[in-house]
Design a protein around this ligand. Structure first.
Ligand SMILES: [Zn+2]
Length: 310
């Protein structure tokens, strides 16, 4: 995890994502073949961006699976077994170009329907921040290396678990008041060497500001970490996680279930920071996505009330 500065900034580059849809292709062994259609072509995306995709089917489906390139896309059924939705994330390092999205639905009798789309990602120039620091300070002390490795392992194991139940519903809210300054994706170059991209969004927050759960979930990590300081990780279900870092105080324990808005702790400046702020990261499995994009896409399209357009 990179050093997290208190200075907030916002990349201003403009980006575009194009979505092209191919016609839904029904595949069935016999009778009236089921078919699938994407009813809400995703809005503009960027690397690190999130889209909500909803499909409708001509038949009741018992399962819908999907993938973007090799990454799984996890669907849930909406108001009927003919309407399914999923969140799709674009990797922050995604190269400009076309990403194939494939969606397959299955009926109780085993018939399947497939639909495909192409996500076309256009180049985005993230901000680059260049730092010159004393080489002795650029790396953590030798005595902390084992701890850091253990913590990275614990986080990787937490993010690898896909809870089949969806805990979250409706919009994700910012964990602290105020405007999110999305410095997601910013590249830090330390002494000329790339030192990683900013994996979350920073919020201005004085020490002691209540930090609330962005959405419902289960606490999977609540402890002090070398880089992130006092940290809470929430499993929202279906492979979606929130990480809240640099807290002055943690108010939950691992295993606890929380609702949207529940108190997780108070913001602070623990870990490797230069001042108090709240760092919120969102994971789709092993991939970080922009929390601001997640808030935006679900604010516009509440998952429980997705209506087919036309
Ligand atoms: Zn941050």
């Amino acid at each position: 995890m990179p050093v997290l500065p208190v200075r907030l900034s916002c990349p201003g580059a403009v980006l575009t994502v194009l979505l092209s849809l191919t016609a839904g292709v029904g595949v069935s062994s016999q009778g009236s073949a089921p078919s699938l259609a994407i009813v809400n072509a995703p809005g503009p995306l960027k690397p690190g961006g999130v889209a909500l995709i909803t499909v409708t089917a001509t038949h009741d489906l018992v399962e819908v699976t999907g993938g973007v390139s090799a990454r799984p896309v996890r669907f849930w059924s909406g108001s009927s077994p003919r309407e399914w939705s999923a969140l799709v994330g674009i990797n922050v390092d995604a190269a400009p170009g076309s990403l194939p999205l494939t969606i397959e639905g299955r009926t109780a009798d085993g018939s399947t329907a497939v639909t495909k789309a192409s996500l076309l990602v256009v180049r985005h120039q993230f901000e680059t921040r260049r730092l010159r620091v004393d080489p002795k300070m650029a790396n953590p002390p030798e005595s902390e290396v084992a701890r850091i490795k253990q913590e990275a392992q614990a986080m990787a194991e937490a993010f690898a678990i896909v809870t089949p139940q969806r805990y979250w519903h409706g919009p994700f809210n910012a964990p602290v008041p105020g405007t999110a300054t999305s410095s997601f994706g910013r590249l830090t170059v330390t002494n000329g060497k790339p030192a990683g991209r900013h994996q979350g969004a920073d919020f201005r927050a004085a020490t002691g500001t209540p930090v609330q759960a962005p959405n419902a979930g289960r606490v999977v990590i609540a402890r002090n970490l070398y880089f992130a300081g006092n940290t809470v990780i929430l499993d929202h279900g279906l492979g979606v996680f929130s990480l809240l870092a640099h807290l002055s105080r943690i108010a939950v324990v691992p295993g606890a279930t929380v609702a949207r808005g529940d108190l997780l702790g108070e913001s602070g400046a623990t870990g490797r920071v230069t001042g108090p702020h709240l760092h919120w990261a969102v994971r789709f499995g092993e991939m970080s996505v922009d929390p601001v994009s997640l808030m935006s896409v679900l604010a516009k399209s509440p998952d429980e009330a997705a209506h087919p357009s036309h």
